[in-house]
Design a protein. Structure first.
Length: 446
């Protein structure tokens, strides 16, 4: 179902007119109320009256993560703190968290965009909804909670973690919709298996997963193991939290951006030049309706592309691709640019491996070494007689050696880089405890 047909299926011409009007308002507002923007607009030699068309947004200066750090905690707020009814936070650069504030109207708008996400995943009023995103300063829990209540779902605010209890609730309350990170969806799936529960009997319809990078291969895995449809949800604290965009369950190819609230651009991260739809670059968002924390051309650091083609679901909004990496988590190993998602895709094409892995980067002398620790399946582990993987010396055993060689070759083909492959026994790679999973350990002192 489409939660807000008027906004979500608005003809593009009308949508653009609405965006322009809201952009002009936002630009005026930030200049009146936020000294940071007054200064950056001044420096760029632009004022709100210069925005006569949507293209004129290109005259406006960018905002960066570092600007949040430099104005910590609330320097970018456009309202007094007594107008703020909610605070959230996420990790920022060099230790200072990014603080986001919401007025009552912001909370309502956010609930609306989260309701749109849940509906586009297939939720209908009356469904039971298990929300396994973390509650607290993280935006995932409360963001979806309000979205679920707004649309009339029965919300189970279980938060992340305590996986066995999650599964008991799923078994006993029969939620149709599950929200969590993709890595945690896999943890839940695995635990269901070890508890001897048949996933087909659980009756889940859809999972709305995001907050960390994942791949099509992981989607297949989550869908097969939990017997549901998994849709990709994207968002970030600086812009609102979850609910900036979400895939529709019908097509599941690109996430519909809620453009009446968030104006997207993709830029070349080196030159700042705006790129056309289809081109991959850094995502930039301008909020069009936020009160407490409006953002102008915020550089997300996320790399993706936009797709302006019409979607079969009937929504008219532009769609964004998966996030293929970040301008700042891109690993550079011996001069080669490596995105962890490339490695994940390569590993998941090898049937003897599970979707769990860890990347460890070291530099003993001058050369970077990338160790890919890939976890083998139960079947493979049994086949080679268990135990031996645990012992370092046996990593050379024939079947193990052969698999390591194959993995190494696959990675070389994808990355153009030699890696050291280490196989881990089932359960050997780190799992999500309910939130985001850190898969990269960079031990280089750069
Ligand atoms: O992760 C908000 C969120 C909560 C999104 C629940 C989806 C579901 P932050 O903690 O501020 O906010 O992290 C934002 O996470 O810039 C991306 O790098 C990454 N991210 C979020 N969604 C996706 C996704 C929340 N679907 C940062 N795919 C963003 C890949 C994602 N990366």
């Amino acid at each position: 179902m489409i939660w807000n047909p008027e906004m979500e299926t608005m003809p593009r011409e009308r949508l653009r007119a609405l965006q322009l009007e809201r952009l002009q308002q936002t630009a005026r507002r930030v200049c009146e109320r936020v000294s940071f923007y007054r200064n950056t607009f001044d420096k760029a030699g632009v004022n709100p009256a210069d925005i006569r068309s949507l293209e004129d947004i290109r005259k406006l200066p960018f905002t960066r993560k570092a600007d949040f750090r430099d104005t910590y905690p609330t320097g970018l707020f456009a309202v007094a703190l007594d107008q703020v009814v909610r605070i959230h936070a996420s990790s920022g650069t060099t230790g200072k968290p990014i603080i986001a504030g919401y007025t009552r109207a912001d909370v309502n708008m956010w609930a609306e965009t989260c309701a749109r996400c849940l509906a586009s995943a297939g939720a209908v009023p009356g469904d039971v909804f298990q929300n396994a995103y973390g509650y607290g300063l993280f935006t995932g829990g409360l963001g979806f909670h309000y979205g679920g209540e707004l649309m009339g779902l029965t919300v189970i605010p279980v938060s992340g973690g305590n996986t066995e209890r999650q599964i008991l609730l799923i078994r006993d309350l029969k939620p149709k919709i599950l929200t969590c990170t993709p890595s945690y969806a896999l943890t839940i799936a695995e635990t269901i298996r070890t508890m001897g529960i048949d996933p087909a009997g659980l009756g889940l319809k859809a999972a709305v997963v995001g907050a960390e990078p994942w791949t099509e291969e992981m989607r297949k895995e989550i869908e097969a193991k939990l017997r549901l449809k998994a849709v990709n949800i994207y968002g970030l604290t600086e812009v609102i939290g979850p609910g900036v965009s979400c895939e529709c369950v019908e097509v599941r190819h690109g996430a519909h951006i809620y453009e009446d609230h968030f104006y997207p651009e993709v830029i070349d991260p080196n030159t700042g030049e705006v790129l056309p739809p289809g081109a991959r670059g850094e995502l930039v968002f301008t909020s069009l309706t936020k009160e407490a924390l409006p953002v102008i051309r915020y550089r997300t650091g996320d790399i993706a592309s936009l797709d302006a083609s019409p979607c079969a679901c009937g929504r008219t909004s532009i769609r964004m691709s998966r996030i293929v990496g970040r301008t700042d988590d891109m690993l550079i190993i011996r001069g080669v640019n490596v995105f962890p998602s490339q490695i994940e895709t390569a590993l998941m094409r090898i049937p003897e491996l599970t979707p769990h892995y860890q990347l460890v980067i070291t530099r003993e002398k001058t050369l970077d070494e990338l160790e890919v620790r890939a976890e083998v399946s139960d079947e493979f582990f049994r086949l080679i007689g268990g135990e031996i993987l645990v012992d370092e010396a046996h990593q050379a055993d024939h079947a193990v050696h052969e698999l390591r060689r194959r993995v190494g070759e696959r990675l070389r083909g994808t990355l153009n880089l030699n890696t050291t492959v280490r196989l881990l026994p089932p359960g050997g790679a780190p799992r999500s405890e309910g939130g985001k999973l850190k898969r990269v350990v960079d031990k280089r002192k750069l």
